[in-house]
Design a protein. Sequence first.
Length: 145
Amino acid sequence: MSGLEAMYQELILDHAKTPEGKGDPSGHPFTHHELNPSCGDEITLGITVEEGRIAGLDWDGQGCSISMSSASIMSELLTGASRTDALARIEEFREMMRSRGKVEPSEALGDAAAFQNTAKYVMRVKCAMLAWVALEADLKASLAA
């Protein structure tokens, strides 16, 4: 394992132990629940959008360290982001995860780059994507509101 991979693994475990954004999502106008039936991971994510920005974000869920830390890192990265920027980051994260580790993450993904190695393991991609898919659904619902 390279030094960078070890650092990323530690970052993922730190976020799993002390997650950012974990709270009660029910107080937000847009909530979405995602379940990964292959492993049982699940998350409910709620957002408040004000003037086109994610003004508030809370999530609750249970699952492996990959899904919980991904939700945490995503919360830290995208709370306060514009809807447009958040949707762009979600698409960029999805592209990185689908690449099986071949796509280099941009600086815009911040700590989410830690999941580049995870993308090599097909069964883990859904775990890492869970919160991002929930946020995407919430953002699309906020556009339709």
